[in-house]
Design a protein. Structure first.
Lengths: 119, 895
């Protein structure tokens, strides 16, 4: 079935957000706010998570079976929807992470070719 | 997207709203924690979240299926486009409805008769038991013989293969004690019969060992139908007493509605009460059913019973002569699955019909596909424009598929209605020879079948146009004046040829059936004016009149009173009428002067008991000698009548038979000879399609042939025959009943039928097959002709321009007409040729159904193509004429 993607995100950016969410959930279940918060904090506030893309991303990941959700009570006693990583999501994270590393290395080689260094 | 979410997408939305709300609260708290004012914090959090509506929208769309929504849209679109071409839609839907309806109706018959398991416990282990006796010759050579009481006791005592084994025997009995006396079918069963079938009574109980003991208080079980009809389904019927053949019997139970023994419509079941002490070696009148022990095969059981044949032959008062006689018969048990016995050879007919209707369904699909194809061609421009505007090819194909789906769904729905009506009609006609009729119904299985046919049709229909539209659709090709490419025309031609050939197969099959029917109608049955013959079965139970001579006198009295009814030209009776389907009585016949070689036995002949006047009433011609007189009967004149073929076989001619002597028992044992006094023409006793058997007509009252003492007996189940122009009318039936009541108020009369009806019932299988094939053939012809018409009309439309140019250049209208007619006829001729091959194959399958005609009957093979080609010419003529009427100037101007 064709899945229409929001035109606002290029594929790479969207994939990156997915990966970040999965990485965050590796530490344990969390609700939306915590996920956004920890990504922002973890990146020293360099990455600002736009909520308009966080929730669709969470739903997408859930639809693909990489994360699962449940309603629970948050640390300050509020109702909150928690997400946790599924085994499929764990595998997915490994794939995404290695791909990401490859991309970063590739970009690095382009931006900083070895020849220039030597000169 | 996931289906659960799709159907709960509104729930999911409110869930998301809660989630976003929870986010806001968390964010607000965090900001407050950093020292912000609560209101300002809330506002800041909201700013950070952005538009919740947008988030929700996006997630909602994610959960929305494109396929389902698109499908719904496509279906709506299909409805719109179909409404715009109602003629196309109606033709297609009706065609599909007829196809699916016919197939579903026939499937429900096939399913009810052949596929559904028999309504017994573990029916696969049930077998019927008969015996082959090739040494016996004559009438039993094919039908075989049943069991004698001696065989039954040998089998049940010594077999190692059966869990249960029971025998039964059916007869007409008169029921009294509840309203008017009437004749009903009764089955008497031995212990083991009900147990083998394993169907518990609906109410009450089975027969106990005590009920089966000879001389025990008589009991009966009622069938569900008879209980409903005669006792209004009252619960207090158990324990009630009824009169069966003027003897009191207590009702002990009611069998469930679906229960039948060997598919016989018995009203009551009685215990057989066999007495081992009086069991006899011969008298092979019992039918048998057995339940194999688990793991025992049919062959093993057959060998097991085969081992018991010598045991039987040496017990039950056997002597050297009996052993010699029965050894010469070469008796061997023959076991068959019970299903085979019940369904019989109707199975072949049904498969032929099912196969042909399957072919019709293919024609239907081909036809509708052709229509769709023509339509797609017509819509080429529209499709091309839409493709140019960005509609994907997959999308267009899905639209077409949706359109087909709508057509087929509507057709299937209508078809189910037709099937339901068809089956109701069939139940109402109730072809006498169709087994398990009561189990035929349009039910879940049938609906499933219809659904499957519909699904396959959608695919077939969808594939053809999708394949046709496979090429790139471009505006250029979809131009207004584009004419059909050669390969499109070829595809349509192939479809038409396929249609015509299938129609040819069906037409030839039904042609063969028509010829068969004609031949059967043309057969000389050995009686005349069947429509003017009323048959009246009557029973004279022993309890009503124990004295045999009085029975004979009573029967003569009835004959006289019936003869006095106004408009009755002749009356007689016999112990059965031709073609009534009742098993024929038989025995060996000894002829004076004919040596029976040691170790052999004379061939068996059909035995009938007839009264004076019977042959005259039936219109059976007396070939030589004279008929019985009542004096012959009462005086015991030891005279006998025989059929012409028997006379020819033994004495060369009918005339030579007069005065010759025969007997049913070994003359050396002191049985006196009977003198042949008359010879009558051959009568087809077993049905119009069965050769007339050699028959010995014994007098309806006289000495019992097989007893050495002087014991006399009368026919106790006479069927009276009246020749009258009023036959078949209720008025005559009323006169008959009144006349019989005057003789004895307790005599029961069973259903009266005219001889024509009896004959019709015996041909039910043939007429059933004929009707089915004729319907299928007619439909196929119609569809094939529509197909030819469609192709020619379409091509005429496409070639308007060409025709205009040709005519402008001086072509004659006749030549133009000829061109189009030739196109259609060539297609039809090719179809006929292909159809011949298929028909030859099917004809072999139908061989058992045919009578007096070979499967490759030249008349049929000449006539049917002629019919088809004539129809094709007519179908081509109209579009051809329209094409030739084109005004060349106008066509050219339009360019």
């Amino acid at each position: 079935m064709p899945r229409r993607e929001s035109p606002l995100h290029s594929e790479m950016l969207q994939g990156t957000l997915d990966m970040l969410i999965l990485r965050t959930l590796l530490l344990g279940p969390a609700h939306g706010y915590t996920i956004a918060h920890s990504i922002e904090q973890g990146s020293d506030d360099v990455l600002q998570i736009e909520q308009g893309s966080l929730y669709p991303a969470l739903h997408r990941l859930e639809n693909r079976g990489w994360i699962a959700s449940f309603w629970g009570t948050s640390e300050n006693n509020r109702k909150a929807k928690y997400y946790r990583l599924t085994p499929a999501g764990r595998k997915r994270l490994a794939v995404e992470a290695s791909r990401w590393e490859e991309v970063v290395r590739a970009i690095g080689r382009v931006m900083n070719p070895a020849g220039e260094k030597a000169r | 997207m996931n289906w659960r979410r799709f159907f709960h997408r509104n729930d999911a939305d409110s869930d998301l709203r809660d989630e976003l709300e929870s986010y806001l609260e968390h964010a607000t708290e965090e900001l407050i924690g950093r020292g912000m004012e609560p209101r300002a914090a809330r506002a800041a959090a909201r700013r950070k979240l952005g538009s919740t509506a947008r988030v929700r929208e996006e997630v909602y769309r994610m959960n929305t299926v494109s396929l389902l929504d698109e499908t719904a849209r496509n279906i709506r679109f299909a409805f719109r486009t179909l409404r715009k071409s109602p003629a196309f839609a109606a033709t297609a839907i009706l065609t599909i409805a007829i196809g699916i309806g016919a197939n579903t109706a026939v499937f429900s018959v096939v399913d009810g008769v052949l596929l559904k398991p028999l309504a017994y416990r573990a029916p696969e282990r049930l077998v019927s038991i008969r015996h082959m006796a090739p040494g016996l010759g004559g009438v039993t050579s094919e039908a075989g013989i049943g069991l004698s009481t001696g065989m039954y006791f040998t089998y049940i005592e010594q077999n190692r293969s059966f869990e249960n084994l029971g025998v039964w025997n059916s007869s007409m009995v008169s029921m009294g004690g509840v309203g008017e006396p009437e004749q009903v079918l009764s089955i008497a069963v031995s212990p083991g019969t009900l147990e083998a079938l394993g169907v518990a009574p609906e109410r009450g109980r089975w027969f106990s060992a005590g009920d089966q003991r000879p001389g025990a208080a008589p009991t009966i079980l009622l069938s569900h139908g008879y209980w409903q009809r005669r006792f209004g389904g009252r619960a207090d019927v158990i324990g009630r007493t009824v009169l069966v053949d003027a003897r009191q019997r207590q009702v002990i139970g009611v069998m469930p509605e679906s229960f039948r023994i060997a598919d016989l419509p018995a009203a009551i079941i009685a215990p057989l009460q066999l007495d081992r002490a009086r069991a006899e070696m011969s008298g092979f009148y019992l039918s048998a059913v057995g339940r194999l022990k688990p793991g025992v095969s049919l062959d093993q059981a057959q060998a097991d019973l085969g081992r018991l044949i010598p045991v039987w032959m040496h017990s039950f008062g056997s002597n050297a002569v009996a052993v010699r006689v029965f050894s010469s018969w070469r008796v061997a048990p023959e076991l068959r699955p019970l299903r085979e016995t019940i369904v019989g050879n109707v199975g072949d007919v049904l498969w032929v019909v099912m196969g042909t209707l399957g072919a019709v369904m293919l024609i239907v699909c081909a036809n509708v596909a052709n229509l769709v194809l023509v339509r797609v061609e017509g819509r080429r421009q529209e499709l091309a424009v839409r493709a140019a505007l960005g509609a994907g090819r997959g999308r267009l194909a899905r639209e077409l598929l949706a359109e087909n789906g709508v057509l087929v769904a509507a057709g299937a729905l209508l078809g189910m209605g037709l099937a339901y009506a068809g089956v109701a009609l069939l139940q109402w006609i109730a072809p006498a020879n169709l087994p398990r009729l009561s189990e035929i119904a349009v039910d879940g299985r049938t609906a499933g079948f219809a659904l499957a046919v519909a699904a396959v049709s959608i695919l077939l229909l969808g594939l053809i146009p999708a394949w046709r539209c496979g090429g790139p659709i471009s505006l250029r090709r979809g131009g207004r004046t584009a004419s059909a490419g050669p390969e499109q025309q070829r595809a349509r031609n192939a479809l038409v040829v396929a249609q015509v050939s299938l129609a040819m197969v069906l037409l030839i099959s039904s042609g063969l059936m028509i010829r068969t029917f004609e031949n059967l109608r043309g057969v000389k049955p050995g009686f005349t004016g069947a429509a003017q013959l009323e048959t009246v079965p009557v029973a004279v139970p022993k309890a009503l009149q124990p004295n045999e001579e009085r029975v004979a006198r009573m029967e003569q009295d009835i004959v006289d009173r019936l003869a006095a009814i106004p408009g009755v030209a002749g009356v007689g009776f016999a112990d059965g009428v031709p073609m009534d389907g009742v098993l024929l009585n038989w025995d060996g016949v000894f002829v004076e002067g004919q040596e029976i070689p040691p170790g052999s036995y004379p061939p068996s002949r059909v035995f009938r008991g007839v009264a004076p006047g019977y042959f005259q009433a039936m219109g059976t011609r007396l070939v030589a000698g004279r008929d019985y007189s009542w004096n012959d009967l009462y005086g015991g004149s030891r005279s006998v009548m025989v059929s012409e073929n028997l006379a020819r076989e033994y004495w060369g001619s009918a005339a030579a038979a007069i005065g010759k002597r025969i007997n049913a028992r070994l003359p050396s044992m002191g049985f006196p000879w009977y003198e042949v006094i008359g010879v009558v023409e051959d009568v087809r006793l077993a049905g119009a399609n069965e050769n007339a058997p050699a028959v010995v007509y014994w007098p309806s009252y006289g000495r019992v042939l097989w007893l050495p003492r002087d014991v006399w007996a009368a026919v106790r189940n006479p069927v009276f025959v009246l020749r009258s122009s009023r036959a078949g009318t209720e008025a005559l039936a009323e006169d008959v009943r009144r006349a019989i009541r005057q003789v004895n108020g307790n005599l029961a009369v069973a259903g009266m039928l005219t001889m024509e009806q009896v004959e019709g019932r015996s041909m039910a299988r043939t007429s059933f097959a004929l009707v089915m094939l004729a319907i299928a053939g007619g439909m196929a012809l119609l569809l094939g002709v529509i197909g030819i018409y469609g192709v020619v009309a379409y091509s005429a439309e496409q070639r308007r321009r060409e025709v205009g140019i040709r005519m402008a250049l001086g072509a004659e209208p006749a030549a133009v007409k000829g061109m189009f007619v030739k196109q259609g006829v060539v297609l039809a001729a090719i179809g006929c040729g292909v159809g011949f091959a298929g028909a030859a194959g099917l004809g072999r399958l139908m061989k058992a159904l045919l009578y007096g005609v070979t499967p490759l009957d030249p008349v049929t093979y000449a006539a049917m193509p002629a019919v088809l080609l004539a129809a094709a010419v007519v179908a081509c003529y109209f579009p051809a004429r329209r094409a030739a009427a084109v005004d060349p100037a106008e066509t050219l101007r339009a360019e």
